[in-house]
Design a protein. Structure first.
Length: 148
């Protein structure tokens, strides 16, 4: 598939799934409600005013909106220059746009996937966060194993 179709397709799929799941959680669950899917996996309804894992909660929403726009422009420039993995960059772009939409509309991000194993508890996250993480992982792995 051509880059001109591949990138927008992946980005659109991520944004649509991210926004649809956040909408469903917001409309069907009260804040802080929890549904056990498996003993180590719950669906919850949390709002994150900070960055990843709730860091920097004291910063304003405007700060995160500006950072998101800068990151999106940077990723688009990497895509245009065909640097790194287009799959990885497309996932990062879709995730960044998904969380930016939340910040523009609500001033915070909806997180709903709650994962734990024993006493280890991962901070709640969403589809956009997952896409960002997988995209970064793809780029790191491809960079490590890149033939010179």
């Amino acid at each position: 598939m051509k880059k001109s179709l591949f990138v927008p397709l992946i980005v659109s799929i991520i944004v649509i799934i991210d926004q649809a799941t956040k909408y469903l959680i917001s409309k069907s669950m009260s804040p802080f409600d929890s549904i056990e899917i498996l003993p180590f996996l719950h669906i919850i309804n949390i709002r994150n005013t900070g960055a990843a894992f709730g860091m920097f909660r004291d910063f304003s929403s405007s700060f995160f909106i500006i950072i998101s726009f800068v990151a999106i422009i940077f990723v688009i420039s990497l895509i245009i220059r065909n640097v790194y993995s287009l799959t990885g960059l497309s996932l990062i772009l879709g995730g960044a746009i998904g969380n930016l939409i939340d910040r523009l509309i609500n001033g915070k991000v909806v997180d709903f996937i709650d994962f734990s194993i024993g006493s280890f508890h991962w901070p709640a996250f969403n589809v956009a966060d997952s896409a960002l993480t997988i995209g970064i992982g793809i780029i790191i792995i491809k960079s490590i194993f890149k033939k010179t």
